[in-house]
Design a protein. Structure first.
Length: 374
């Protein structure tokens, strides 16, 4: 067998021992914690998942991000074994677990409402799964102690669930899942029962916990800020399919589709026709781009904070417009600029140019003008 590698700037092709590929293969499989291949699911006549494929690396904090009803929970339940896919496979550490029942999968779920047992004290809630699996007491004690310390639950062990705050309930739910030492932890909208301030805190705690445990987390949310805060990688879902995946920065800076551009951070999307070379024709005129569009008719996008707002004409991709509205937001100002029939959103700092009625120039730097796939 030949192995082809890149060494410095040259491609090296070398003959390798037959014993080596097996080792390499095992390593590659071990890095792929969870793989979904072509999973489809319908409820009655409604198809909610359309051939979803994705691969999550071991130790990764992955997020499924999408609007309500796009199929996130259904996909998570298929991973957990709580729902059966109509087609497709689920692999855990390279092993096909599609037909393995939920309680035999090394996967635990923290549900949206935490689903704590109201008639059990915190300690018994946490130990419940371990007792059900008939672990010896010493092992139960060891795992409980580790989870209780990690989640700072020592003071609450004798309480009933209804004596806990939302944040404490969530920590109990996490402890109850983590004592099972699952390969993968699934979290379905884990912040939805918390108020906004606590949510921001818990997001950072969750991320720290995941990094400390070095476990694979798959987190479902419809909240883009939450996804950006916790994730190593975001899978953006829309209508039962994954539109784009990447690090928070990749997805934010380089949205691939109209949906992603507008769902994350509300970009300006301009209808466009491709011109000769690296230009597109839009309502703002002919604009220079840095990627060749794969379409004749499509769209380009730019983030509000990337649009230049100037009293004098910017050198490239400039247009003249009038400020229609300014919204003060403390650390920045959202300015709406009407250019022809378009209303561009620009995020900037307060200045003389930003008063309604002012005539201004906008500039769309080519390096920040994303050519969308569709
Ligand atoms: N058990 C079910 N029976 C019928 N329809 C369902 C069932 N579960 C989910 N759905 C439908 O499937 C779609 C996706 O739901 P879900 O996966 O819960 O979305 P999300 O978690 O992204 O909000 C929705 O239209 C929902 O109404
Ligand atoms: Mg859901």
């Amino acid at each position: 067998m030949r192995r082809i590698t890149l060494k410095g700037n040259s491609i090296v092709s070398e003959e390798i021992q037959e014993t080596e590929p097996a080792g390499l293969r095992a390593e590659a499989l071990a890095k792929d914690e969870l793989t979904i291949r072509g999973v489809s699911k319908s409820f009655g006549h409604v198809q909610v998942l359309h051939q979803v494929s994705l691969s999550i690396t071991r130790g990764e904090y992955a997020t499924l991000l999408g609007p309500s009803g796009c199929g996130k929970t259904t996909l998570l339940r298929i991973i957990a074994g709580l729902e059966i896919a109509d087609a497709g496979r689920v692999l855990l550490l390279g092993q096909d677990i599609t037909d393995v029942p939920a309680n035999k999968r090394s996967v635990n779920t923290v549900f949206q409402n935490y689903a704590l047992f109201p008639h059990l004290r915190v300690a018994d809630n946490i130990a419940f799964g371990l007792r059900a699996r008939k672990f010896v007491q010493a092992e139960i004690d060891r795992r409980m102690a580790a989870a209780v310390e990690m989640l700072e639950l020592g003071d609450f062990l004798a309480r009933w669930p209804d004596q806990l705050s939302g944040g404490q309930k969530q920590r109990v739910a996490l402890a109850r899942a983590l004592v099972n030492e699952p390969e993968v932890l699934l979290l379905d909208e884990p912040m939805s029962a918390l108020d906004a301030r606590l949510r921001a805190e818990v997001q950072i705690d969750l991320r720290r916990l995941q990094k400390a445990l070095n476990k694979t987390f798959i987190h479902v949310t419809h909240d883009q800020d939450e996804a950006m805060t916790v994730s190593d990688r975001i899978f953006v879902m829309n209508r039962g399919a994954i539109e784009q995946s990447g690090t928070p920065e990749e997805i934010y800076e380089h949205p691939a589709t109209r949906f992603v551009a507008q769902f994350l951070g509300a970009a300006n999307v301009l209808e466009a026709r491709s011109g000769e070379g690296l230009v597109v024709d839009t309502a703002l005129g002919v604009l220079t781009v840095t990627q060749m569009p794969a379409w004749d008719k499509g769209a380009v996008a730019i983030r509000p904070e990337r649009v230049l707002l100037r009293a004098t004409k910017p050198a490239t991709n400039a247009a003249r417009g009038v400020v229609t509205e300014t919204i003060y937001r403390g650390d920045h100002v959202d300015v709406y600029v009407r250019v022809g029939t378009l209303n561009l959103r620009v995020r900037t700092h307060p200045s003389a140019e930003t008063a309604p009625g002012k005539h201004v120039y906008v500039g769309l730097p080519p390096e920040h003008l994303e050519v969308l796939r569709d």
